[in-house]
Write a new protein. Structure first.
Length: 66
């Protein structure tokens, strides 16, 4: 990773380096393995989505059908 030009915060630089290293590690994997990992991370059930909407409803002052 190149030296960041927009921050000197050591914690931020550490996080940027971590993200960069994770991206390099991910790119080293096979396409099939990356696709499988993406599917596992993104999978949610309808009940989970309903719970998320129910949690946000009071903030938006909107009724959520169950």
């Amino acid at each position: 990773m190149n030296t960041p030009a927009f921050t000197t915060n050591p914690k931020r630089i550490e996080r940027l380096q971590y993200n960069y290293d994770e991206g390099v590690r991910r790119e080293a994997m096979s396409h099939e393995k990356r696709e499988q990992m993406d599917r596992e991370v993104v999978m949610v059930t309808p009940a989970h989505v309903a719970k998320l909407f129910a949690n946000v409803a009071p903030l938006r002052k909107v009724e959520v059908a169950e």
